[in-house]
Design a protein around this ligand. Sequence first.
Ligand code: CP
Length: 312
Amino acid sequence: MLKGRSLLEPMDFSLEELEDIFALAKEIMKEPAKYIHVADGKLLATLFYEPSTRTRFSFEAAMLRLGGQVIGFSEANSSSAAKGESIADTVRTVGCYADLIVMRHPKEGAPRIGAGASDVPMINAGDGGHQHPTQTLTDLLTIQCDKGRLDNLTIGICGDLKFGRTVHSLMKAMSRYKNIRFILISPEELMIPDYVRKEVLEKNNIFFEEVRRLEEAIDRVDVLYMTRVQKERFFNEEDYVRLKDSYILDAEKMEKASKDMIILHPLPRVNEIAVEVDKDPRALYFEQAKKGMFVRMALIMKLLGIEEGSVN
Ligand code: CP
């Protein structure tokens, strides 16, 4: 039962609970018109202390498409955070008005602090370089829809594996499925953090290898998960400039990939996928962004306890 629960990291939900969310998302995708009034009278609050396009808009679109309404802010300076209000006090207050709160924050753990002060469910929409669980729901749904499975996969993850929260969330979530292999493609400075290596990969005996060049992996993966170098997490501009174009996936490199390989990217993209790749049928990243709205519609319904039986 997901009613009233918070989602702070992917492991908060069991595999069965995730499967229920994906099943509902697929039903909504088939017949969205059936769901346009299921959240009538409900209110979602989006507290975004960091910029966002996909996560905020897809949550807002999801709630509106379910018949609910949305309040919130898209930068901290337009809220009383600018006057020094704590996260806990902000969340406690917003929970007096809304039925569900979605928070993005540059500080790791901020949504967890919010959840501790909240009487309504809290969803982590990305906390620093830590986790981004609803992006992971989006990624898993996209893989499942295309591949028909979430096990027996070789996943290449390329780019900023140090600061990329979508990477950390995805690896954690995938660690629960059978026979998952990772090929991790990054510059030495942007390798996965030690805690992910120890607590996710080594602890669960997951096969992984680390390579420096995309060409060493592209013909061996079922899913290629590209990421941008996270400019906002760097301490100095010089390092960012040196590393930002470490990988550029282009049509020439795609010739080496299998015809069944799919390319995902949480977006936004900077230079790491050439625009010419967008027309390749294996490029699913905009489809992935679309699925993000449907999976968030399913998540909202589950957390609010909206029964599928109430759908006409
Ligand atoms: N994938 C993602 O989190 O995108 P936004 O930063 O635009 O929300």
